[in-house]
Design a protein around this ligand. Structure first.
Ligand code: ZN
Length: 319
């Protein structure tokens, strides 16, 4: 049974801005409605008169180009791969391999209505948070059309509702602080130093709470990467540079955000979740027994905005 709740266009329009002129004076026209998920129309900017199509429920807010990496993410998320993933993701054990972000969200006490996942790929992190009832309305944003279509397909198959927006994570078409939470996993490491700060800036601009999962620059990461290179016969994820926790804290500090909670993703716990159905039944998010420091290869941080009137930004927004 599909959700009876319809996607709320008004909710989207209250958040969107024109990606070119940054105006919030936008008007939407829905001229065809196939069902509650699939509708066609467009959005017109009343300031610069640019038009943005809505095709099959996806908002095409014109990414300028795929920046930050030469990697072809659109090819990466080919639809053929996604059809397999739909079956794969309906297994709770698959969700549990993403346990760190969910556990940190519970620990930090987040409960929010509107969230945005930047560089959402197949939207797995948002799916996890929806399953845990931490978020309600999930906005998924990616620069790759195939990734967005893949996540839409996945959400439909798993009977979950979300808003799908094709846009550039370095220049999000959303108003300041229009979300209760911004999140990303496996995104920041794909940008070089300067763009990395810029993408953190965008996380912090659209929300005052941020959840991020980022690879750690440690031996576990490099061993894992080496093994993946052997498995895939080369590195399949384009430019990727892991960070230290100190570097991550510095990036958030430049945006006047404070990293309050930290959690680690380790391969041993992930493998235990993946292999054991019994283990999953015993509320694994509360179980810390398997967390092993040696296998830690990614860190999850929860950062929130410091309440400071003399807020300064280390980086000027360039777009
Ligand atoms: Zn405009």
């Amino acid at each position: 049974m599909k959700h009876s709740i319809e996607l709320d266009i008004g909710n989207v329009m209250n958040k969107l801005i024109c990606p070119y002129c940054k105006s919030s004076q936008l008007m939407s026209h829905i001229y065809e409605k196939v069902d509650q998920y699939l509708f066609n129309g467009n959005i017109v900017c009343l300031s610069c008169h640019k038009q943005y199509p809505i095709v099959n429920g996806i908002f095409y807010m014109h990414p300028i180009k795929c920046r930050g990496t030469k990697h072809n993410w659109n090819k990466h998320y080919c639809l053929r791969k996604v059809n397999v993933d739909v079956r794969h993701f309906s297994d709770i054990r698959t969700f549990l391999t993403y346990f760190s972000l969910g556990r940190l969200a519970i620990k930090s006490g987040i409960r929010c209505n509107n969230s945005i996942e930047i560089g959402s790929g197949t939207g797995t992190y948002s799916l996890w948070l929806k399953k845990l009832k931490i978020i309600n309305n999930a906005y998924l944003v990616d620069v790759s059309e195939n990734a967005i279509k893949a996540s839409q397909e996945l959400f439909r198959e798993l009977d979950e509702k979300a808003y799908f927006v094709l846009a550039d994570g370095l220049a999000l078409p959303f108003r300041d602080k229009s979300f209760d939470l911004s999140l990303s996993g496996g995104l920041i490491e794909h940008f070089d130093e300067e763009e990395r700060q810029n993408i953190v800036h965008e996380h912090c601009r659209v929300s005052n709470k941020v959840l991020c999962q980022i690879p750690l620059n440690n031996p576990a990461y490099w061993v894992g990467r080496y093994l993946q290179c052997l498995f895939y016969r080369g590195w399949p994820f384009g430019y990727e540079k892991p960070s230290s926790l100190r570097e991550i804290e510095k990036m958030f500090s430049a945006e006047n955000f404070l990293v309050e909670f930290v959690s680690y993703h380790d391969l041993l716990t992930a493998a235990a979740f993946r292999l054991s159905k019994k283990f999953c039944e015993r509320n694994p998010l509360k179980n810390k027994g398997y967390v092993n420091k040696i296998f830690r290869h990614e860190v999850v941080v929860y950062a929130y905005e410091r309440h400071n009137r003399n807020k300064r930004h280390a980086y000027e927004k360039k777009f």
